[in-house]
Design a binder for this molecule. Sequence first.
Ligand SMILES: *Cc1c(COP(=O)(O)O)cnc(C)c1O
Length: 431
Amino acid sequence: MTLPSSARPSSGPIHPALTATDPELAALVGAEEQLQADTLRLIPSENYVSVAVLEASGTVLQNKYSEGYPGRRYYEGQQNIDLVERLAIARAKAVFGVEHANVQPYSGSPANLAVYLAFAEPGDAVMGMALPMGGHLTHGWGVSATGRWFRGVQYGVRQDTGLVDLDEVRDLALKERPKLIFCGGTALPRTIDFAAFAEIAREAGSVLVADIAHIAGLIAGGAHPSPVPHADVISTTTHKTLRGPRGAMLMSREEHAKAIDKAVFPGLQGGPHNQTTAAIAVALHEASQPSFRDYAHAVVANAKALAEALLARGFDLVSGGTDNHLILMDLTPKDVPGKVAAKALDRAGIVVNYNTVPFDPRKPFDPSGVRIGTPSLTSRGLGPEHMPTVADWIDRSVTAADAGDEDALTKIRREVADLMAAYPAPGLPTA
Ligand SMILES: *Cc1c(COP(=O)(O)O)cnc(C)c1O
């Protein structure tokens, strides 16, 4: 598997000016670089961006104010910035096959808030997947502004299958007639049936929003079905499987372009982060290359191989496996709480997050599950042949967590660092 671009050399400071000006902060950055280099990062919403994306996000484009849109700005001096944003928009339209793209949202959560602003009024019913079932906070969950200012109607998965119950979604939608229906989420290991959601939204008179934050890279690479032409609006982050900078995009058909653009600016935001826009353009250029298709398919192949290896070691996986980049393990049969396992794995150099599982009897801050994914390890070039080793490390770490065996965790940490040293990551020091 090819890396987006070469890893950095180890000799000399990577950030000479930063090191000279602020050695304290430079040391922290250096420590983080070392941590990202040495550990096995299994958080499914994270990735390693290319050096080209890193460079674009560290440019003087950051010095410029650009409220408005290309050709319609409230500040002068946009000769170059307009071209940067137009490039990002054109590439987004080409990669995803959409009529309209807005590349200005600061991140996924503000992007979703802009959708509410564009299509709903406070107090309206809005529908999304419940957070503990795998949905996102911004899909109408109670503690989020979206759940406080709108009437969140929440659907889930079936207890017996771990899959979204589309009959339940249809019944709820026809009863509540929500302004918006969100599909997509943060802990969904299975393919999203965009066509079925579109049918339900049509019947209920709702705007369908496909939140593809997690799977945008898989869609760009042809490893997950596209929400085009089913969804009215597509919301995505750019920093997860898409492997770009921290940012977001909203995409739609031409008919919704005005409403979306007005909601992002001036509805919700001020000036766009031009350095991020530039880095999004670079990431989209990378995503349009044939090698990115290989990457997207390798992410899924790795996740399937890892799921099989975990099942073979007696792990219980929500929905029984995965179709995408993500695996949700229910550790109840192992008798180890998710948080205890996640913290032990961290000490073993394997970075995951603890997560609720559907119908979790435990509390959200101390749930039964651990969520893992393969975007990052695939960016480093690991393949299906490595997944039994990864599953073995996870198994040994969970056993060590249960037994309180710190020596076992230290031993695994060394084994992890050894393997990762052979698969350097873009932008990170090599051993
Ligand atoms: C990550 C994510 C978001 C939010 O993105 P942030 O950039 O963290 O605000 C929104 N929706 C879904 C489904 C996500 O996975």
